[in-house]
Design a protein around this ligand. Sequence first.
Ligand code: NAD
Length: 354
Amino acid sequence: MKKIIVIPGDGIGKEVTASAVEVLKKIDAKFNLGLEFEERDAGGTAYDKFGEPLPAETLDACKAADAVLFGAVGGKQWDNLPVDKRPEKALFGLRKGLGLYGNLRPVKVYDALIDGSPLKPELVSGSDLLIVRELVGGIYFGPRREAEIVDGVERAYDTEIYSVPEIERIVKLGFDSARKRRKKLTSVDKANVLASSRLWRRVVNDMAKNYPDVEVNHLYVDNAAMQLAVNPKQFDVIVTGNMFGDILSDEASVIGGSIGLMPSASIGELTSFYEPIHGSAPDIAGKNIANPMGTILSAAMLLRYSLNAENAAQAIEAAVDKTLADGYRTADIYQDGFKKIGTKEATEIICARL
Ligand code: NAD
């Protein structure tokens, strides 16, 4: 059996995870994967029940599971709680507790939705890339100092530090991901200025010798940011550090045009974690209008990266493609002339196409 912990969380998290579980059950029946689901609380819902946004029992269950499927947390009613009780604290606790070191963000432009992209259709059509971002190191976690006074002048600093094992771990994830795709890896750094980037680049080149089937190139981060906007089709897998990845993955997420459609995975030392990139969307919660596709596609990533069930993952992705190609649209991506559907209908239609 493969145990999947499902954490619906708050707001639309409950609706979209219910959809993804339905799709996973259907795919399990078809591919015989032996999936077993257990639900746990986190976020505001967990605070209301247990007084904690991340009960120890939830974290322990995640550590012992084969994978975690997460919805979203947060909502106005919890905004005034002390920082350590707020719903978002659950996410930090899970990231730390599960040792989630690598974030995977696929960006795919669906031809059926190309008008939703802020970029010209001919530029983005066919774009299909994956950003692999280091999540627990670099400048966000290096030594820092605030309010330091030197010669009567206030200053502050942060430090970018990467060790060889830290770089190797994330770059390996980049190479392995490229092997599962079109076998092209772009490493993004700032090696013309930063010592940490020069080490990064050396490690990438050393590791490339073990992956002769993967084509490797290097881009400086400023050029990478520009290339994502002018020619996103050139990319397959991008691997980069924490801060560059933070910025580039948000830039890349607008290429596709809708956050309701975008999945993500965070790869852990213990268990990996799958969630849509959107939040709990309190403005539309409980109305059966949330787009469940980002979570359903996150479930496909779960099958690919945690269970090595590539065929089952592709079947889910193809069913989502087909649903869009057949003209079905949830409210967030609706345009005149298409068939408007709610969360539940979208789930049924995707299941019917599996
Ligand atoms: P949000 O992503 O929840 O919503 C932004 C906008 O996009 C809203 O108009 C919403 O209705 C729409 N939207 C989001 N997902 C959608 C979907 N699946 N289908 C259709 N429309 C969708 O971001 P926000 O409004 O800034 O934050 C709301 C709450 O979510 C806050 O409490 C925030 O802290 C939390 N949040 C949680 C996470 C997470 O759990 N990973 C991430 C971001 C925000």
